[in-house]
Design a protein around this ligand. Structure first.
Ligand code: NPW
Ligand code: ADP
Ligand code: K
Length: 497
């Protein structure tokens, strides 16, 4: 698991540790880790042209000390100080090691300044403009330097985080650095795992500076292969189809038969004791045509709610089901069940119209909205606000509705009251294709039926869904049905032999 902490928490932890250590120890540890990553990225350090973009705070200090270490190993290091201040100790160390400074370009003529030429000709660019002290998009001249770095061919290494991204949320509200690698110190920062910040961070490398014992519980968790492998329910010798879990699915309709086929397929390929599908005649026929292993029943038109399956371990409801009164009555009945329920798509819209449906419920519940659906649950909030501040909105909905929320999109985040949020690291834009959300709902439903909590099931389902897209992708586009065969392969990829 990777853990991320907010700026406030990092500052407090740093204060406690610094009080016990000689001055400058943490910065030296950070700089040593940063220089080691930079050296690994260069074919050879001796003679390499390294440009440091240096802001006025300690982030710039880290860059300067790391530059000094690289200069001692023979690199030609140039520092471009931006702003009115520069870290004096770091500057002295760089100069003492043979590094040089190049004046920051003024607002005019930035493109043909000496700094621009150095950046364009660099073998490696180190972004030490701002770190956790940054606020908002980059101002001049930082923004101009970030643009030059973006246009250069050399890889960009961000110090602690890409300058211009919000450390706590990943929001990007103006010019920001796009890094190939980010070297982060002491703990990860939430903004490194949540888009749009995550997309600016590239590969994130962690450097331990001894902050761990000072840190409280994290704000955000980011699971890795081993965390998912440890959570996943696996059949044992004692398993039978009932003990493995029976999943009831009320998804799809005559109009949206595909939603039923996709969600059921996601559940089956994830692994489940049995799927009991209930729906219209057309949807049942389609489901059985694709998945003969399903136990399916056609809802009685005279008593649709009364003919829903009973004695099941968990429910998936909503995808392609419609918003008509029968769908609303069905949802109400399902949410009356003491079993875990995953409510997706149309069920979320119905909950938005009648929030009482969820607020009255105490059994485990997971909703899986995309940003547009979540906006319907949070009146006065626009889709764009949610996409820019994913963590805050998912957490707000989880608190207001008292349930687990999986917010889909470029970074899928999972929030549950009383627990740190989770950012899924496997997401891929390949998944932005109709029906892939239905497959996800089925996969998570199978995990709920297998006994995982909503938070665990959401975390494992989102992780394997993203991994399946990557496994399925052989260079061409993928469609939602391509995910079926890839799910077992994604599970196998968790524990390489
Ligand atoms: N915590 C730890 O454990 C350790 C932390 N360490 C390191 O310290 C870093 C934090 O250093 P920090 O506190 O000095 O702040 P920092 O990120 O350099 O930014 C402040 C400067 O940025 C400027 N500025 C702000 N916003 C801006 C904008 N939009 N556009 C342009 N400029 C902007 C701001 O200017 P001002 O607003 O004051 O005019 C000020 O000059 C941390 O990320 C890590 O690298 C390590 O050494 C080891 C241990
Ligand atoms: N840009 C993106 N990057 C990563 N994942 C994405 C992106 N866009 C969409 N997804 C994922 O694709 C799936 C789409 O689900 P959803 O919006 O419910 O579509 P549908 O209802 O058509 O199935 C979700 O798992 C979502 O997280
Ligand atoms: K930085």
């Amino acid at each position: 698991m990777r853990y991320a902490h907010t700026v406030d928490t990092v500052r407090k932890a740093e204060g406690g540790l610094m009080a016990r250590l000689p001055d400058g120890t943490l910065m030296r540890r950070a700089a040593a880790g940063l220089a080691a990553v930079c050296a690994r990225m260069l074919p050879r350090t001796y003679g390499a042209r390294v440009v440091l973009l240096v802001g006025g705070g300690d982030n710039g200090g880290d860059a300067l000390y790391a530059g000094a270490l690289l200069a001692r190993r023979g690199a030609a290091v140039r520092a471009v100080p931006a702003g009115s201040r520069v870290h004096e100790g770091g500057l002295a160390a760089l100069r003492g090691a043979g590094g040089r400074t190049v004046p920051a370009p003024g607002a005019q003529g930035i493109a043909d300044s000496p700094a621009a030429a150095d950046i364009a000709g660099a073998d490696l660019i180190v972004d030490g403009l701002v770190g956790i002290g940054g606020r908002g998009g980059l101002r001049a001249p930082h923004a101009g330097l970030a643009a030059l770095a973006g246009a250069a061919e050399a890889p960009v290494v961000a110090v602690d985080l890409p300058s211009g991204i919000d450390p706590d949320t990943g929001a990007v509200t103006g010019p920001a650095v796009r890094a190939d690698v980010t070297v982060t110190f002491g703990t990860h920062k939430p903004g490194l795992f949540v888009d749009p910040g995550a997309a600016h961070a590239g590969v994130v490398e962690y450097v331990d500076i001894g902050l761990g014992p000072e840190l409280p519980g994290p704000r955000l968790e980011c699971p890795q292969h081993a965390d998912i492998a440890a959570l996943l329910p696996r059949p044992t010798a004692e398993s039978d189809k009932y003990r493995r879990g029976v999943l009831a699915m009320a998804v799809g309709s005559d109009r949206y038969r595909g939603a039923a086929v996709l969600a059921v397929g996601g559940a089956l390929r994830m692994g489940v004791g049995m799927v009991r599908y209930a729906g219209s005649q057309g949807a049942v026929a389609e489901v059985l045509h694709h998945w003969p292993e399903v136990v399916a029943s056609v809802l009685d038109p005279m008593d649709p709610v009364g003919s829903l399956p009973r004695r099941v371990a968990a429910w998936v409801v909503g995808s392609g089901r419609g918003l008509h009164p029968v769908a609303a009555a069905e949802l109400e009945t399902v949410l009356d069940s003491p079993r875990p329920v995953l409510a997706d798509a149309d069920a979320i819209t119905l909950i938005g119209k009648d929030p009482r449906l969820l607020r009255d419920r105490s059994a485990p519940t997971l909703i899986t909205p995309h940003a547009g659906e979540l906006a319907r649950l949070l009146p006065g909030t626009e889709r764009e606000d949610i996409e820019a501040h994913r963590l805050d909105h998912a957490a707000r909905a989880a608190d207001e509705y008292g349930c687990t929320v999986l917010l889909k999109g470029s970074t899928t985040v999972i929030a549950e009251p009383g627990h740190p949020a989770v950012a899924n690291p496997t997401g891929s834009p390949l998944l932005a294709t109709a029906g892939s959300g239905d497959v996800l709902a089925g996969m998570i439903g199978a995990l709920l039926a297998g006994g995982l909590t909503p938070r665990e099931a959401a975390v494992c389902g989102a992780y394997l869904h993203g991994l399946a897209a990557r496994v399925a992708h052989d260079g061409a586009a993928i469609s939602a049905s391509d995910l079926f065969d890839a799910v077992p392969r994604a599970v196998a990829a968790l524990s390489p032999r």
